[in-house]
Structure formats: structure tokens, C-alpha cells
Design a protein around this ligand. Sequence first.
Ligand code: PNS
Length: 163
Amino acid sequence: MKERIAVYPGSFDPITNGHLDIIERARGLCDRLVLSVLVNAEKEPLFSVEERIALIRENVATENGARVEVREFSGLLVDFAQSVGAKMIVRGLRAMSDFEYEFQMALMNRRLAPGVETVFLMAKEEYSYVSSRLVKEVARLGGDVSALTPRGVSVALARAFPR
Ligand code: PNS
């Protein structure tokens, strides 16, 4: 049978417990999951792509038959997805506020690559409000985000925003 390959794209700036929850759900739906980290030239991420990938690798089993790998990408997501043989794009959906942006991206991606489907997964309720953007904002202002991110990420945030 043909291998079912999925990409889970994002900025992952940085990875949160919400992302980890989606990864666990997604890996059950495919044979190979490619965590696809956007290089984002325009978005000015807090962490470099190398740092973001290192923080993911610290927290996600990606070796010895884990069937999860981490790759960086730039350019169109659908081109990257097709280059790795993926027919599925996984995105996490939190609240209704995510919907419009995700709906537009999913339809645009479908127009560009009709053979690639976007699949939305919902993280655990306790992470339904967690985003990398809010985690960074709270950390920058001195709040505690240790329950919302893996430990290495809290440490990296504390280093990025020394008090
Ligand atoms: O975690 P994010 O920042 O919400 O992820 C956004 C991402 C990476 C999925 C999106 O920006 C993307 O796919 N960028 C690649 C460029 C692209 O394909 N743009 C057209 C999408 S309709």
C-alpha cells in the first residue's frame, strides 16, 4: 500500500503544547508526518529557523522509526507538500477566530494543488487558546508560560526576554 504522507506546516515560533498535541493526533492518521517549518523571511520570527527546529527536535521523537521528521521550507506550501509526496496538510483549529484565515488558505491551497487536502484537527480544550504569539507576549511581559510550552521552550523564552 502507498505510504500516506502528511505535512504539518507552521512558523512554530516557538512550538507550544498545543502543537505537540496536534502532532500526536496527526501521527495517528498517516504513515509519515513532515513537520514543515516556514523560514518566514517577512514575519521576523523571534527564533531562527535553526532554533525553532532544535526546539521541535528536543520535544518530538523524530528518530528511529518515529515516522515524524522536521524540515524547513520556503516558497509555496503546496509545492513543498508535493515535493515530499504529501497528499495531506494538517492544521490545528482553535477558535472560530482561526476559521476565516484557515478557510482561505485551505481553499487557495486546493486551487493550487487539487490533489492535496487540508485536514483540521482540534487540540485538547486546555490548549484551545494557546498560540505562539500569545506565549511570546506573556513571556516578554514576565508571565509564566511553563504549563503551555515544553520546558526547553520556557527556558529559551526566558533567555530571549531576560528580566
Ligand atoms: O503557524 P502559521 O504562521 O500560522 O503558519 C502559516 C503557514 C506556514 C501555514 C502559511 O504561512 C504558509 O503556508 N506559508 C507558505 C507560503 C504559502 O504557501 N502561501 C500561500 C498559502 S494560501
